[in-house]
Design a protein around this ligand. Structure first.
Ligand code: NAD
Length: 496
């Protein structure tokens, strides 16, 4: 934090929606309290948008799209503005990071070092990419020319969760805006503040009014009207599998808008006895499940350890646990903060009880802590002796809970790893190349890590198999989601 950084105690927030370039309250004046999980106090009141507000935002987005104030700009111009938008995020990084921490509880060191930087990088990357992607000419007979071109779909509705509010928004709005669309973004009711600020900063950077609108509110009240809207051409959703399924239904029930969903996960992490670096594997197993308080869709929450090294592995893992003791997320040294709210904390504690009741061995943690803060803190928790059919191995907990399973047979561990409704990510640790490639191929997941778990880059697609969703965020592939493919046949009667 620099010397001019805002102060968490005195910061003021504007919870009004952002529609057509202006801050506005909900049309019916409704608001909801935005409560910080850091200390349990109300940060501000936020516009509780509903159908009328979504209609207004979609109308603004449609008007902006139709008059081509954004889509009609040359790609080089959109690029410049998006790069300025990214720079705005960096310039306001301390403010955005503090806001994110207060709003959803993550440690401020990561809000600043990961979330702000990653969101800005994503916006810059798609800005920079958009004047470098070419369309195609098909290899037809010479009597015709067939152009295969990409056009923006129009109005894109975006619905995101609360675990990485800025990054999840950026993964969708960046490719959508780069391609020339207008956007209506509904952030999670649990973390609405940074999205609203991002929209203001986008406009200051030069994105025209109406092109990026933000309607905060609850899922059924503001999210459903967006997913059901007859004038929204595409809905891009990140969130739970339960709601993701409804999004596809709503798309089908309305105008068959394109629906893209990035959903839950229960990612398996398989450590063989011939793992090349056990300490690294332990650090990755523990660090990745406790990062962001375990509130990561791709967290490796099912750890499969080969039985011959299980005890040794767990000894090392337990030695790391105290490092992750929850503490004040506003302290720059803290690496484990607060869960997003009381509801999520109750869910996590319920899963911990289920683990105990179904016979898993609680090795570490398992309890709420720092109660006197008024915030939502749960200890990093490890269960050993977990079976793949237990609730804590099947269902996404979305909290700092690691389920450890052991195995002796490679075929059996791959079968169990794949025995999940999800297929977001997976990992395998071995020094045997054949085993690494063979297992990586056999794992049904959108991303497979080999001998690491933390590689990540905007150039690489992100998304899952099966009920982890439909479509991919990030990389140039994401542009396909926000563009229609057009074929134009031109007859050529060549005089020569
Ligand atoms: P959620 O599904 O409860 O909510 C996500 C968003 O959907 C919120 O904005 C919410 O208001 C909205 N919503 C809820 N009900 C709705 C409805 N009926 N109609 C329209 N919108 C509705 O999920 P969450 O608890 O906010 O987020 C956690 C989930 O997100 C986890 O399952 C996690 O795995 C997933 N996630 C996935 C990825 C990924 O890339 N695959 C990334 C981050 C989070």
């Amino acid at each position: 934090m620099n010397a001019n950084a805002p102060d968490a105690q005195t910061m003021k927030f504007d919870g009004r929606a952002f529609v057509n370039g202006q801050r506005v309250g909900a049309r019916d004046g409704a608001v909801f309290d935005c409560v910080s999980p850091v200390h349990g106090r109300v940060l501000t009141q936020v516009a509780r948008c509903g159908q009328a507000d979504v209609d207004a935002a979609v109308a603004a987005a449609r008007a902006a799209f139709e008059d081509r104030r954004w889509a009609g700009l040359p790609p080089t111009r959109r690029k410049q503005i998006m790069i300025r938008f990214a720079e705005q995020l960096i310039a306001h990084g301390d403010e955005l990071a503090l806001t994110e921490t207060l709003d959803m509880g993550k440690p401020v060191r990561y809000a600043r070092g990961v979330d702000v930087n990653s969101a800005a990088n994503c916006i810059r990357w798609y800005g920079e990419a958009i004047d470098k992607v070419y369309d195609e000419i098909a290899p037809t007979a010479s009597t015709a020319l067939a152009l295969i071109t990409r056009e923006p779909v129009g109005v894109v509705g975006v619905i995101v969760p609360w675990n990485y509010p800025m990054i999840m928004a950026a993964w969708k709005i960046a490719p959508a805006l780069a391609a020339g669309n207008s956007v209506v973004l509904k952030p999670s009711e649990k973390s609405p503040l940074t999205a609203l600020r991002m929209a203001e900063l986008a406009m200051e950077a030069g994105i025209p009014a109406g092109v990026l609108n933000v309607v905060p509110g609850f899922g059924p009240e503001a999210g459903s009207p967006l997913a059901l809207h007859m004038d929204v051409d595409c809905i891009a959703f990140t969130g739970s599998t339960r709601v993701g399924k409804q999004i596809h239904v709503m798309a089908g029930q309305s105008n068959l808008k394109r629906a893209w969903t990035e959903l839950g996960g229960k990612s398996p992490n398989i450590v063989f006895a011939d793992c090349p670096d056990l300490d690294k594997a332990v650090e990755a197993a523990v660090g990745s499940i406790f990062f962001n308080q375990g509130e990561s869709c791709n967290a490796p929450s099912r750890l499969f350890v080969e039985e011959s090294i299980r005890e040794h592995f767990l000894e090392k893992a337990l030695a790391l646990v105290p490092k992750y003791a929850p503490a004040d997320p506003l302290n720059a040294n803290t690496i484990m903060g607060a869960l997003v709210d009381q509801v999520q904390m109750a869910t996590v504690l319920r899963y911990i009880e289920a683990g105990k009741n179904e016979g898993a061995r609680l090795l570490a943690g398992g309890a709420q802590v720092l109660r006197d803060t008024g915030g939502c803190y749960v200890q990093p928790t490890i269960f050993d002796g977990v079976r793949n059919d237990m609730t804590i191995a099947r269902e996404e907990i979305f909290g700092p809970v690691l389920s450890v399973l052991s195995f002796t047979d490679i075929v059996e561990v791959v079968r169990q790893a794949n025995q999940s409704v999800y297929g977001l990510q997976a990992a395998v640790w071995t020094r045997d190349l054949n085993k690494a490639h063979g297992v990586a191929r056999a794992l049904r997941a959108g991303t497979v890590h080999v001998n690491q778990y933390d590689e990540d880059d905007i150039t690489v697609p992100f998304g899952g198999y099966r009920q982890s969703g439909v479509g991919r965020d990030k990389s140039l592939h994401a542009l396909d989601k926000y563009t229609e493919m057009k074929t134009t046949w031109i007859r050529i009667d060549s005089p020569v």
